[in-house]
Design a protein around this ligand. Structure first.
Ligand SMILES: CC(C)(COP(=O)(O)OP(=O)(O)OC[C@H]1O[C@@H](n2cnc3c(N)ncnc32)[C@H](O)[C@@H]1OP(=O)(O)O)[C@@H](O)C(=O)NCCC(=O)NCCS
Length: 382
């Protein structure tokens, strides 16, 4: 990326004091730290929120992440009167471009304070200019494998599901003012783990057992081997999944290895047919105690967290085994285990609106839509 480039725009909107807006490439250790901490200003006063993993974010910005070899990154900060008011990282994601044969740039890490239209527009313009200079024909914000998640269009102010954004409502006008439009919609689902549903889950598991599909937890399969199997099966089953790009064993192992002795090992599943892995589920327990910041005295609603909401984060079945109840059986066993561990709700996280197979799987599990999201896109010739 260009180093040390800096631009200042003086502006004087009617009725407000003179402001000085500047947009800067972030290259120093202190700059990365300030950039990574901006969410504290945006979400820090909330009753409950998921704080960023500052250490990992700085490693990514500094090019020291296991993903770094696949990316060119340009973090950009916007200042208004020397105060950091917005941030974004422009990304050339080589694996995405090669996989889809599409010169699409990505804008990740977007966060901004309210009332900063001019600074945010200038920042997004600069980010898009950087992408254009590198041959990109469009920019997407709100979906990139392991890097970015879509923007919430409801439940403003409340704790989102683990990994998902709980952005303020004004983010949408920032993107629309900069010429972006909704490219894709997504939903997050939640199932109440009632006695009747648990019986239904048992029947789903029995049906695949009769068809000689064996469902094993990652603990039963061997956790470290399960991580590599997850990578391989996910790459195969998500090959044509909109927005995804292949990922490597080398980057996934450090993300998941430390979970070997956690409930993840019992909640995550692998489906086997004829001794071969054909499907995987990655699920987590309720992480709100461990990872969310919850203001003292605040009680989360049981379907949002507080020890009662597990979540299925990812599910995939290879092509030749689809339509035989494998996804339902893996998810059913994961949800059943959540119930055995005392959870009362199970999330089924993030389904594209047109992913009928996954939506039907969620519905077959008795889940309902509890949050909605969008991904933005701008084509540079439009
Ligand atoms: C989504 C996915 C995991 C479903 O796996 P599967 O083993 O084929 O699903 P099941 O056989 O258990 O079927 C589950 C439900 O989906 C329905 N379904 C399956 N494939 C479908 C399709 N192509 N279109 C519409 N409905 C479909 C089934 O009929 C069943 O619903 P029902 O019980 O009401 O009849 C699989 O298609 C996949 O791996 N897709 C790519 C990766 C992906 O999208 N993962 C989910 C990300 S959110």
């Amino acid at each position: 990326m260009s180093r040390g480039r800096h631009s200042t725009v003086a502006s004087e909107p009617a009725g407000s004091p003179r402001m000085s807006i500047s947009v800067q490439w972030v290259t120093s250790r202190e700059g990365h730290e300030e950039f990574a901490r901006l969410p504290y200003q945006i979400y820090g006063e909330r009753d409950a929120w998921w704080p960023p993993d500052i250490h990992n974010e700085i490693a990514l910005l500094a090019g020291r992440s296991p993903l770094s070899g696949h990316l060119n990154l340009a973090p950009i900060s916007a200042y208004n009167d020397k105060r950091l008011v917005a941030r974004v990282t422009a990304v050339i994601n080589h694996r995405y471009i090669e996989h889809w044969k599409e010169p699409l740039g990505q804008l990740i890490h977007f966060e901004a304070l309210p009332g900063q239209h001019e600074a945010v527009t200038a920042m997004l313009e600069r980010a898009m200019e950087w992408l254009r200079e590198r041959g990109m024909k469009a920019a997407r914000s709100g979906f990139a494998a392991f890097l970015d998640y879509p923007y919430a269009i409801d439940n403003y102010g409340s704790l989102p599901s683990f990994l998902l954004r709980g952005n303020p409502d004004y983010y949408h006008s920032y993107f629309k003012n900069a010429g972006f439009a909704t490219e894709k919609g997504q939903s997050d689902y939640t199932a109440a783990l009632t006695t009747e549903r648990i019986e239904r889950y048992r029947r789903m598991i029995e049906a695949t057992a009769a068809a000689k599909v064996v469902i094993k937890s990652w603990r039963e399969y061997g956790f470290l081997a399960a991580i590599d199997t997850w990578t391989d099966v996910t790459n195969a089953s998500f090959a044509r999944h909109w927005g995804w790009n292949p990922v490597s064993r080398e980057e996934v192992r450090p993300m998941m290895a430390s979970l070997w002795d956690s409930p993840v090992a019992d909640l995550s599943m692998i489906a086997m047919a004829d001794g071969e892995p054909v499907g995987t589920v990655f699920s987590v327990p309720d992480l709100s105690y461990l990872l969310a910041r919850v203001r003292q005295g605040v009680k989360l609603s049981p379907e949002r967290g507080g020890g009662t909401r597990g979540a299925l984060i990812n599910i995939g079945v290879i092509d030749r085994m689809r339509g035989r109840g494998v996804a339902c059986a893996m998810a059913a066993r994961s949800f059943l285990t959540m119930a055995q561990q005392g959870m009362r709700y199970a999330g089924y996280t993030l389904v594209h609106d047109d992913n009928w197979a996954s939506r039907r799987t969620a519905e077959a599990l008795g889940a309902r839509v509890t949050a909605n999201f969008v991904t933005y896109r701008k084509d540079f010739d439009s």
